[in-house]
Design a protein around this ligand. Structure first.
Ligand code: C5P
Length: 225
């Protein structure tokens, strides 16, 4: 759509959890619902962006005007994200599993007569945000990461922004009792070179709209990102 603030721009959004296979019937996952990422994808599309949403397994409807690519594991999410480039911006909202299971088998792990429990071995997953942020010419001009923390929110989030090389980081408190993980509301702090800004608790949709408007503002001020 022409004439909207994000017209002509391509946004890549990752959302939801990833599932890491243990065997054909078991997996490791996390409590991410995908709601915040889906809301952001919808809000960017509503402002005219072409949006590619790379989603882990979630029970959500695809927002209007968004192209959705479903993936399961972190490896698949990275591959789909790279395949979606070039993009003007990437928002890594997914709660990617940090580890995958080494040697996930094609056979179901069986209980044994000696009562010994299996021992799983893990290997680190690729970091999608750090990978995209570290690309050369193909790097999306605006890289936005999320930092879900349960303590020392701002310090951990800023450290993450530096370490992963993203431009903005959206920090949120996901401790038990915050109700954020899986819930409909969120309260965030936006961290960029310009400083930190706290947005009080509101719906994940309102956070998404505000973030999309802020991104539109950013691209208007520096059209090349
Ligand atoms: O390190 P941590 O998982 O807390 O970092 C969170 C941020 O990094 C989020 O933006 C998340 O989408 C992104 N991330 C990623 N790939 C990973 C781990 C995290 O893109 N393997």
């Amino acid at each position: 759509p022409k004439g909207l603030p994000l017209s002509g721009l391509h946004a890549l959004v990752t959302a939801g959890p990833t599932q890491e296979q243990i065997d054909p019937v078991r997996y490791i996952a996390n409590r991410s619902s995908g709601k915040q990422g889906f809301a952001i994808a919808g809000a960017l599309a509503a402002l005219g962006a072409r949006v590619t949403l790379v989603s882990g397994p979630v029970g959500l409807e695809t927002p209007k005007g968004v192209e959705r690519i479903d993936v399961v594991s972190a490896d698949e999410m990275l591959a789909a994200s790279l395949a979606a480039l070039p993009a003007d911006m990437a928002l890594c909202v997914a709660a990617v599993a940090d580890w995958k299971v080494v040697g996930a088998g094609v056979q179901k792990i069986k209980k044994t007569d000696d009562g010994k429990a299996p021992v799983l071995q893990f290997a680190e997953n690729p970091d999608i945000l750090a990978t995209l942020s570290g690309l050369g010419a193909d790097r999306p001009k605006l890289m936005v990461g999320f930092a879900a923390e349960t303590e020392k929110l701002l310090a951990h989030a800023e450290a993450k922004r530096q370490r992963k090389g993203c431009d903005w980081i959206v920090a949120n408190d996901v401790s038990y009792g915050s109700g954020v993980m899986g819930g409909d509301e969120n309260a965030i702090t936006l961290i960029s070179d310009a400083g930190t800004e706290r947005w009080e608790q509101t719906s994940k949709h309102a956070i998404a709209q505000r973030l999309a408007l802020r991104i539109a503002d950013h691209f208007q001020k520096s059209p090349s990102g």
